[in-house]
Design a protein around this ligand. Structure first.
Ligand code: WT7
Length: 651
């Protein structure tokens, strides 16, 4: 089928899906939207009372007096870990909370009661380190039960965690530890990935040598691989030693609903990552409610979200949402291609996964490595599929739908961001689907597409994606930088009231369905990972060889976007073997400065960068060059047009 006709095809939900779904029809969906429109605070307040257990009930739903620093359920008190564990003990104590699928293919199960005791015990360990409510704890761990235990234990004590993805370098770790003034770091000796044992602690050791990490008092190390480690007994303690003598009961610390649950650093359009601050009450409400309405979670489901806890998806749909919902979930340590490209399908078959949530980049690479592999496995347990992190192209969508889902499972293409806490535009299981469209707003979310002046555009016209009203799980501020929060998300140009998502979007003329057209700022999406071009540029110019650098994205079949760097060296422009050598050096350098995910795919050299007379880098031109397309733009202002030919050369 051609891409064009596929985009016009509508996939209706089956009678079976409709019969079971929590939101059973589009009429029911529209009724929820209507309810939110007519009584916004009643809608959210009702859900918060229905879905969460409050230690002290709230009397005010939304406080807008200090907009855009909104407060939700601001005089209520609760504990997130209590809502994820304690409240299930009576009815679900013996139910499996986590099926841990290790890299080597072995698996083990943890019940809600066991998880509760593990969280309590570790929380007592953290307590013994004299941490106070509100202190920051950095978690630098691979996927595993302990990563979830560490996050939940922080939540239990009102400690603010900041998880740093294990693929980030020591340099990135320093930046995040310093900005958050973390007192404790929780890490592992190493990790298993794709059959290999990889050390993790050395990055922490290296980071802590930096004066910027003087705030760190203790490092707790979970023994995962048993590999050799350097040890500083004054500062470091093994996880098992820390908890050895401690009780497995620990009273939750009830906190204000607005108490920060966590910080999560993400890329913006400047070189410095933003510490996105999330709340306790509003955040958990949306994590749970999206489990109910988007994923239609039932007690009998086995839920599997493949995201790492280092990203927001792993926060909302591994560490918090599934546990708040009391469901059984798979936590996966490995990679999709080990021992071979059927690993996902094997795991689904083995654990009878019913809801599977992954990223388009994984789907595309698995199509390439074995489009027929799913057919060799019994995937009949699946009833719902999800996609997240980047646009899913219609061809990959169709394969996912037919080959993985057996044309029986709806695909929820969930659009959201680190800042939104949970889904904001997404189909529900009953939504008629169109390949490549995230369809309609989640009930209650006031999504719109506007022009440069903040005015609504008509359906069929592209514009900026905004959210018109505050919502419970929204970012509260940027840690240490409230001004940047205001400027980045509530820009004055748009009137200062609208939340600017940073993506372009268009609504279908007839259905009103949303299609996301990609970022409007200098943020790239590489394999579903958000990368700032400025971050990569500042890493590059930090190299002694480099005078100037400009980074842009180019479309990539598997990764969505690939990173292209245009570099001006301090010395002469290299060519041949010399150029290849420097390319390798610079790629390594960026890997060390930020992390392997930020390594440019393509580095090109020129005598200078193409700039306008006023000195602005002509990025559009660089994007055209990256794609290998002909330049049609006016280049008469270029001082040295010969550089365009230089920058066409790939090394
Ligand atoms: C950016 C946010 C969503 C959690 C993981 C990524 C892009 C995300 C979709 C989707 C099209 C999407 C946007 C967004 N994005 N989901 N379903 N369709 N684009 O969170 O790292 O904060 O990145 O990812 O560009 O702004 P993030």
């Amino acid at each position: 089928m051609s891409a064009e006709s596929l985009e016009n095809r509508i996939f209706e939900p089956s009678a079976e899906v409709k019969a079971k779904a929590a939101v059973p029809s589009m009429e029911a969906y529209h009724a929820l939207c209507k309810q939110a429109e007519t009584d916004y605070t009643g809608f959210w307040g009702g859900l918060a009372n229905e879905l969460l257990d409050w230690h002290k009930p709230f009397t005010q739903v939304l406080d807008e007096s200090n907009a855009p620093f909104y407060r939700w359920f601001g005089d209520g008190e609760l504990n997130v870990s209590y809502n994820c564990l304690d409240r299930h003990l009576e009815t679900r104590g013996n139910k499996t909370a986590i099926i841990f699928e290790a890299d080597d293919g072995s698996s083990s199960a943890v019940t809600y009661r066991e998880l509760y005791h593990r969280v309590c015990k570790f929380a007592n360990g953290l307590k013994s380190l004299n941490l106070n409510t509100g202190d920051r704890v950095v978690i630098y761990m691979p996927m595993g039960v302990e990563a979830v235990v560490a996050m939940q234990a922080c939540a239990r004590l009102g400690l603010i965690h900041s998880v740093v993805f294990g693929g980030f370098s020591a340099k990135s770790l320093i930046e995040r530890i310093h900005d958050a003034s973390a007192r404790v770091i929780i890490t592992c000796d190493g990790q298993f990935r794709g059959g290999k044992e990889m050390p993790l602690k050395p990055a922490v050791d290296e980071a802590l040598q930096d004066a910027d990490c003087a705030c760190v008092e203790k490092v707790v190390v979970f023994k995962r691989t048993g590999g050799a480690v350097n040890w500083n007994p004054a500062r470091e303690i093994w996880w098992h030693d820390l908890i050895a003598e401690l009780s497995d009961e620990c009273a939750p610390v009830f906190v204000n609903a607005e108490h920060p649950l966590f910080l999560l650093y993400t890329s913006g359009s400047t070189g410095k990552p933003k510490g996105v601050q999330h709340s306790s009450g509003g955040y958990l409400l949306h994590a749970l409610n999206t489990m109910r309405w988007t994923f239609d979670i039932k007690d009998s489901d086995v839920f599997w979200c493949t995201a790492d806890v280092g990203w927001i998806t792993g926060h909302s749909y591994v560490a918090y949402g599934p546990l708040a919902a009391g469901c059984t979930q798979v936590v996966f340590e490995g990679v999709p291609t080990y021992p071979d490209a059927s690993r996902f399908w094997k795991v689904i078959e083995k654990h009878k996964v019913s809801i599977f949530y992954t990223a388009p980049t994984a789907i595309r690479s698995l199509i390439k490595l074995g489009a027929d592999l799913p057919k060799q496995h019994d995937l009949s347990s699946l009833r719902l599929l999800g996609s997240v992190g980047e646009p899913i192209n219609p061809a990959a969508w169709l394969w996912y739908y037919e080959t993985v889902g057996g044309s029986r499972c709806p695909i929820v293409d969930t659009f959201w961001q680190t800042e939104t806490g949970g889904h904001v535009i997404t189909p529900l299981p009953v939504t008629p689907l169109v390949a490549g469209s995230c369809t309609l707003p989640f009930p209650g979310l006031q999504m719109a597409v506007v022009d440069e002046a903040g005015k609504d555009v008509e359906w069929g016209t592209g514009g900026f994606l905004v959210i018109k009203k505050p919502w419970p799980s929204m970012i509260r501020t940027i840690w240490n930088d409230p001004e940047r929060y205001k400027k980045s998300y509530f820009p004055e140009d748009l009137g200062g009231q609208l939340y600017l998502a940073g993506d372009g979007a268009i609504r279908d003329k007839h259905t009103g369905y949303f299609t996301i057209m990609g970022r409007i700022d200098d943020v790239l999406n590489v394999s579903g990972h958000r990368m700032g071009t400025m971050e990569i540029e500042s890493a590059l110019v930090g190299n002694p060889l480099v005078a100037e650098a400009a980074v842009v994205g180019k479309p990539h079949d598997i990764k969505g976007e690939a990173i292209v760097a245009y570099v001006v060296l301090k010395g002469t422009r290299p060519s041949g073997e010399e150029a290849k050598k420097i390319v390798a050096q610079l790629r390594d350098w960026v890997g060390k400065e930020i992390g392997p995910i930020a390594k440019p795919d393509d580095i090109r050299f020129g005598d200078n960068l193409p700039k306008t007379r006023s000195g602005k880098i002509m990025r559009r031109l660089l994007r055209t060059l990256a794609k290998g397309e002909e330049i049609t733009a006016d280049i008469s202002t270029l001082e040295n047009p010969a550089i365009l030919d230089q920058f066409k050369q790939v090394h």
